[in-house]
Design a protein around this ligand. Structure first.
Ligand code: PMP
Length: 348
């Protein structure tokens, strides 16, 4: 029998999954998730529940709601299965063998996976300091560059780009699409959407998974020129987001941003306190504008295991050529869990 062979596009890339260790972990500060949704969201299906389950989903009403919130036309919005799906569609739409994406790293690991699956190359640029490496990115862009990534705030470091960075790159590379990944924008100082959308060659990606606390519904969206949005529709599955997910998110958005704002305030306080504590303990902390703190330390794996032993899961990054050993700890945004985390850190 001939053996099955996977496509070269997926070999050499490890599948990502949240580790569920043997020791009973009950506080996950590993995935940068947000607060639990309101009870009213759980009622969102209501009498429409049966229809929402039976019919093919219609994402248009949610796209209209988002367009109104963001002050853009509906043709400039696509709702996707998480920001992951938006990024994947962008890669499928713009990359191909012989084309490349300029990617400041370390950053969100899925960029590499999506680029590889689309058959494109990654031109990696080191992003070591707190500032986005604009000069190095401009130097790296060539005629084959069709995507440039600006992940701001960046995951895992929490560093950010500025409006000037977006302008310079969008202007210097009219032949490339500039991705502004705003998964953590609610926790940062600057929203770059308006500046980005002044240019036809930018796309802004957003998610309901973080500040909005709905990682389980798998909803994100992208804002761009109608042409790019059209390509993104073509590049993905039809009906990618389920009817119930669309309904949950529409309900949550209709409820407004007040809860997000108070959660973000709480996270910022925790972030400051945690950064101070970890620096006092001798870890090399860089200021984060995400809902997480990022600290370099040779003991990262040991600290992760020690916290796991107390039921708390955080993310450790074993050192490689891009990054020293490091820890990324999600701020829980909740008093009791934050106290528990602080207590655990003090114990080790
Ligand atoms: N972008 C960044 C920078 C992220 O960290 C994540 C999730 N970890 C995503 C996009 C994807 O988010 P989701 O698919 O949950 O919307």
């Amino acid at each position: 029998m001939p053996k099955l062979k996977p496509s070269p596009a997926i070999t050499g890339i490890t599948a990502y999954s949240v580790p569920r260790p043997e020791i009973p972990v009950d506080l996950y500060l590993h995935g940068n998730e947000g607060p639990a949704p309101t009870d009213t969201v759980l009622d969102a299906l209501g009498e429409r529940g049966v229809d929402l389950l039976r019919d093919y989903p219609n994402a248009k009403p949610l796209e209209e709601l988002i367009a109104e919130r963001e002050g853009v036309d509906r043709e400039q919005v696509i709702v996707t299965a998480g920001a992951d799906d938006a990024l994947d569609r962008i890669c499928r739409a713009l990359l191909a063998p012989g084309r490349n994406m300029v990617l400041p790293e370390p950053t969100f690991v899925m960029f590499r996976r999506f680029a590889a699956r689309a058959g494109g190359e990654v031109v990696s640029v080191p992003w070591e300091g707190p500032e986005y490496p604009t000069e190095a990115v401009l130097d790296a862009i060539d005629d084959q560059t069709t995507l440039v990534a600006i992940v701001s705030p960046n995951n895992p470091t929490g560093a950010v780009a500025t409006a000037d960075d977006v302008r310079r790159i969008a202007e210097a590379a009219p032949h490339a699409l500039v991705i502004v990944d705003h998964a953590y924008v609610e926790f940062g100082e600057e929203n770059l959407t308006q500046v980005a959308l002044e240019y036809p060659n930018t796309v802004v990606t957003r998610t309901m998974s973080k500040a909005w606390g709905m990682a389980g519904v798998r909803v994100g969206y992208a804002l761009s020129s109608p042409q790019v949005i059209d390509w993104m529709h073509t590049a993905g599955l039809p009906y990618a987001v389920s009817g119930p997910s669309l309904a949950f998110v529409a309900r949550r958005l209709e409820e407004g941003d007040a809860r997000v704002a108070s959660f973000v305030e709480r996270v910022k306080e925790e972030r400051g306190a945690l950064e101070a504590r970890l620096s006092e303990a001798g870890l090399r902390v860089t200021p984060s504008q995400g809902n997480f703190v990022f600290a370099r330390t040779d003991d990262a794996l040991w600290v992760r295991d020690a916290l796991a032993g107390m039921g708390i899961m955080v993310r450790a990054f074993p050192g490689n050529e891009l990054l020293d050993d490091a820890l990324r700890i999600t701020c829980p945004g909740d008093e009791a869990n934050f106290e528990r985390l602080q207590h655990a850190i003090d114990t080790i």
